[in-house]
Design a protein around this ligand. Structure first.
Ligand SMILES: Cc1cc2nc3c(=O)[nH]c(=O)nc-3n(C[C@H](O)[C@H](O)[C@H](O)COP(=O)(O)O)c2cc1C
Length: 193
């Protein structure tokens, strides 16, 4: 059993979302590893109001009770995989709102990405990397993109993500990189008192 914990964060909350299926796809591959523990973190379980705190986060403690729970969950993890949808060329507002509730909790930890959309969610990932960078995360180059006809087939329920067999080696490669960064940054954090 590893002592390193990775959150697979579902970044969309629509009832009809693809995000849940994508998270389960990544989890099913990832959980075969024994060097990292994985859990799915669903933003639906953290129904945060629009950020309305007294000060920018990282300056003052947040008051919202769900905000506190969300912060504690993020703090407890050693790395992250964002399941990212692309909404109008960017990340879903619900994900940005959740990110704005947090700051120090992500610091010096790695983030990888599984994205989907007609262009594979690549524009959302590019934006999310910048936000991760601002939150002191190590934003990995590695990401997996479900795109084009395959994305639409999954969205319309005509295909399971597992049927896009080329995605599995890409996901495994992304996880290998994430594992290296997770272990290396954990060692680094542990050396700092
Ligand atoms: C508000 C909205 C905006 C969207 N904009 C884009 C977009 O800019 N690029 C894209 O590839 N897909 C776009 N889509 C399609 C989404 O990629 C697709 O619906 C996806 O399943 C959304 O993720 P979700 O199902 O987890 O919510 C958009 C969907 C919504 C609901």
């Amino acid at each position: 059993m590893s002592n390193l914990n990775i959150g697979i964060i579902i970044g969309s909350t629509r009832d009809a979302r693809v995000g849940r299926q994508a998270a389960e796809y990544v989890y099913n591959i990832a959980s075969k590893r024994d060097d990292l523990n994985f859990e799915i973190i669903d933003l639906k379980d953290y129904p945060l109001p629009f950020f309305n705190e007294a000060a920018p986060n990282g300056t003052l403690e947040v008051n919202d009770p769900i905000g506190k729970e969300w912060q504690a969950k993020i703090e407890s993890l050693d790395g992250y995989i964002f399941i990212v949808a692309e909404y109008n060329g960017g990340i879903p507002g619900v994900l940005k709102n959740a990110l704005d509730y947090t700051f120090t909790e992500w610091a010096r930890k790695p983030a990888a990405y599984f994205a989907y959309g007609s262009l594979g969610g690549s524009r959302a990932v590019q934006q999310l990397r910048l936000v991760c960078n601002e939150l002191h995360m190590a934003a990995l180059r590695n990401a997996v993109y479900l795109q084009g006809v395959d994305f639409f087939s999954v969205m319309f329920g005509e295909k399971k993500i597992e049927e896009c067999t080329y995605l599995e080696p890409l996901t495994i490669d992304m996880l290998d990189h994430l594992a290296w960064w997770t272990k290396t940054l954990k060692e680094g954090r542990d050396q700092i008192v």
